[in-house]
Design a binder for this molecule. Structure first.
Ligand code: CP
Length: 336
């Protein structure tokens, strides 16, 4: 494959470690404004690559990316695989089911094995919060958190921010409402961090039983430095969406019913479903977002999910470019 001047621009970005010095991407809570801007600008370049007739560059040829998923995924795993391949890397997918995890191999032994077979980057999803942080302390490979428990989903928040910026430009001062199970959502946590850093005005909305401690009505302000940034909190969705620029609905996990946190799906949908009449209260042309997978008819009506205001498919598409940007920057890091 002959390198074009655009490929060389991608190559320059990949080796420019003046700006990107992180070995791992575990969360968004400690990203600087410059790092966020660099990720967004690099994603622009990756969108350009993906728009070509042959959407491939050889920049990561010879690198090996392993995806290791202990939980189900469609979007995240597929887009990391496509992203790695579009950059010319070898990509190996490992699911816990079907691997030696089933024979009792520990997490640390599993990741050391993947390092030993040559993984430069380990993209990892795990049901336990903090698992990628633990792994990052035990291996030399770069670790990307593809979702850990209720804690963080950094690349989802980055693709959400990228999608918002594509439509709204700078999100500073824009009103973003996140509705649903905020307490148990890694997507909500990562979006609260990233959107707050980007200057958006974030409102979270849901029943009090699905709001995290510290954000429930009547909770005293916390001094905990690890606490989420301050956001607006609403339990009435009609009030929350008034004038909003973006409304993001979150998947309602059905196990919240059995956990006694909600009376019924029907009641939840009556009070918290993003439907046409509620969307009409938002700003004209407000964006409708959802990280997926969707329970249509529960947290979002089919009409709203497929409306012209919905950018849900675009979020998924942008996920490939964002993950290319992350992989490219991570692989540009020079290690001792
Ligand atoms: N949004 C998201 O993480 O989707 P998947 O579970 O399909 O990866």
């Amino acid at each position: 494959m002959r390198a074009t001047s655009q490929d060389q621009a991608v190559e320059r970005r990949s080796t420019d470690d003046r700006e990107w010095t992180r070995q791992h991407l575990l969360d968004v809570d400690d990203l600087s404004g410059d790092e966020i801007d660099l990720l967004m600008e690099t994603t622009d370049s990756m969108k350009e690559v993906l728009g070509r007739d042959v959407p491939r560059v050889p920049t990561l040829r010879g690198r090996t990316i392993v995806t290791l998923f202990y939980e189900a995924s469609t979007r995240t795993r597929a887009s990391f695989e496509l992203a790695g391949k579009a950059l010319g890397a070898d990509v190996i997918n490992v699911a816990a089911g079907g691997s030696s995890v089933e024979k009792g191999e520990s997490l640390i032994d599993t990741v050391r094995t993947l390092q030993a077979v040559g993984a430069d980057v380990l993209v990892m999803r795990h049901g336990s919060s903090g698992a990628p942080h633990l792994v990052a302390r035990h291996i030399r490979s770069s670790v990307i958190n593809a979702g850990d428990g209720w804690h963080a989903h950094p690349t989802q928040a980055l693709l959400d921010l990228y999608t918002m910026r594509a439509h709204l430009g700078d999100v500073r001062g824009r009103r973003v409402v996140i509705v649903g199970d905020i307490a148990h959502s890694r997507v909500a946590r990562s979006n609260i961090w990233l959107l707050s850093k980007a200057g958006a005005e974030v409102t979270v909305c849901g029943p009090a039983t699905l709001l995290p401690a510290g954000l429930r009505p009547g909770d005293p302000p916390t001094e905990d430095p690890a606490a989420l940034p301050r956001v607006n909190v609403e339990t009435d969705l009609d009030a929350a969406v008034e004038g909003a620029d973006v409304v993001m609905a979150l998947r309602l996990q059905k196990e919240r019913m059995s956990g006694g946190l909600l009376p019924s799906l029907r009641e939840y949908a009556r009070l918290y479903q993003l439907n046409e009449s509620r969307l009409a209260r938002a700003a004209s042309g407000a964006l409708v977002m959802h990280p997926g997978p969707i329970n249509e008819g529960v947290e979002i009506s089919p009409a709203v999910a497929s409306s012209l205001q919905s950018v849900i498919d675009e979020q998924v598409t942008n996920g490939v470019a964002v993950r290319m940007a992350v992989l490219l920057l991570m692989c540009g890091v020079k290690r001792a």
